[in-house]
Design a binder for this molecule. Sequence first.
Ligand code: FES
Length: 148
Amino acid sequence: MDLTINKKKYSVNISPEDMLLNVLRHDLDLTGTKYGCGEGACGACTVLINGVAVRSCITKATSVEGKEITTIEGLASHGKLHPVQQAFLNVDVFQCSYCASGMVMSSVSLLKKKPEPTEEEIITGMQGNVCRCGTYPRIIKGIQEAVK
Ligand code: FES
């Protein structure tokens, strides 16, 4: 089966039951996408499918054949960080950073839908992403910084 990840084609030999997260991390060594809960509840495994945030731990890899998959490794372009990545660094969002790639991917998806979200909309839009260090106020600040 062929998967298009970060604008690159990968041929993978997988079973119909394989989840996208496992294929990314174990078959393709794209380990920027993290395993948290494995049940769709924490957001650590978030990637973009055709620009929309999805939980790769509960997404069958076979279901995304032919779609554009973007992981944290594919967000920067031409040697420049994505504006959300840069904004998160500018305001020093992260502590342990385990949730970082999922937070960034969900933020990118949110800003695609709502380019100038209110604080309320940021909170609602980021509800599915958990940060065990509790850096939520800084994540909100980071998204607001990315809008500037
Ligand atoms: Fe996928 Fe937690 S690891 S949502």
